[in-house]
Design a protein around this ligand. Structure first.
Ligand code: ADP
Ligand code: TRP
Length: 320
């Protein structure tokens, strides 16, 4: 089984990214041949500052390695070290109905926000399809918001195969059911664009302050509370053992416990969960040469496969 996923270097890693995409992808690396990459070409659709792009790229590299990416097992690379994706994106463009791109939620959301659309924004899913198809991936672990893009990829692969003969593996999205959508501080989907995130490797005090600021209802301390509708509890569940979850749920229902107590317990679990990764990340940050070597070796591995796929696609359309 071949697994591929990518993440844009356009913001600090938050717990929505971690539970929605990173951890499931890292778990899958044990089940097959994994390709994980830093989607810096995609990030150009929203990052227009070269230093921020470089910094963001370094951050993602450190984040993945600190969180358990095993570079022996997994090819880890920068998307821009695989320029072949653009050739493939062009070949795919010609089997891509415009309406399919115009119907993508993430494109429509950006329009609704008043962002003036450019070609990059519209063509975003075609480049994403190229990322996936170029390594002939079977499985693409992503959060629920990216599922539609993987469906577009399937469509394009099928259309291309029908038009030019079997060329691409048709991939499946893999959405972790347990944590399809991690809620943010305000209960909406956690997302950097909503400003409701809890950053993982930022200042620890700041993260705890944010946890203490999670929005709850205004039930008094002595009142019984419903864990299932509470943002604090929904986040707590991500970190806690089943026993810890049952214990806190019982204390919610019994009354006599304020939300502040639950938030403190969440903050403790958050800190303990990420402490070893925080240490590892600091070690890696002090060794940029190692990180660069990992990325270059990963790109070389991905590139061998990419060249093979592009060659096959060029033949299929008659460029060779
Ligand atoms: P953001 O919404 O903060 O901009 P991205 O769109 O860059 O995050 O998401 C990167 C990856 O993390 C994607 O695979 C996405 O599905 C996943 N992801 C982001 N936020 C969440 C969330 N709140 N719950 C689950 N997965 C998420
Ligand atoms: N669009 C994805 C996101 O914003 C990042 C991405 C780019 C990706 N190419 C990909 C994810 C290929 C999975 C597979 O999160």
């Amino acid at each position: 089984m071949r697994i591929l996923s990518g993440i844009q270097p356009s913001g600090k890693l938050h717990i929505g990214n971690y539970f929605g995409m990173m951890r499931p992808a890292l778990r899958l690396q044990e089940q097959g041949e994994a390709y994980l990459f830093i989607a810096n070409y995609h990030a150009l659709t929203s990052v227009a500052d070269a230093d921020a792009m470089r910094q963001g790229t370094r951050d993602v590299a450190l984040d993945f390695l600190a969180c358990g990416l095993d570079p022996e097992r997994t090819a880890f690379y920068r998307q821009s070290d695989l320029p072949e994706v653009h050739e493939l994106a062009w070949l795919l463009s010609n089997v891509t109905p415009l309406g399919l791109l115009e119907r993508c939620h993430s494109y429509k959301d950006k329009l609704a926000k008043g962002i003036a659309p450019n070609h990059g924004l519209l063509a975003y899913p075609v480049l994403m399809a190229a990322d996936i198809l170029i390594v002939q991936a079977n499985v693409v672990p992503v959060g629920r918001d990216q599922k539609q893009h993987v469906e577009v990829t399937r469509d394009l692969a099928i259309k291309f195969n029908n038009a030019f003969g079997e060329t691409f593996t048709v991939p499946e999205p893999s959405i972790s059911d347990e944590v399809a959508v991690v809620p943010g501080l305000d209960g909406q989907k956690m997302s950097k664009s909503y400003g409701n995130t809890i950053e993982i490797f930022g200042d620890l005090k700041q993260a705890k302050k944010r946890i203490m600021g999670i929005v709850t209802d205004s039930k008094a301390l002595e009142e019984p509370k419903d864990p299932e509708t509470c943002n604090v509890f929904r986040l707590y569940k991500l970190f806690a053992t089943p026993e810890q979850q049952a214990d806190l749920a019982a204390r919610y229902r019994a009354g006599g416990m304020g939300y502040g107590t639950a938030k403190k317990e969440l903050a403790e679990l958050f800190e303990a969960h990420f402490a070893p990764m925080r240490d590892k990340r600091a070690e890696l940050a002090a060794n940029p040469k190692y990180v660069e070597d990992v990325l270059q070796a990963g790109a070389a591995r991905a590139r061998r496969l990419a060249r093979e796929t592009v060659q096959k696609a060029r033949k299929a359309v008659g460029l060779e």
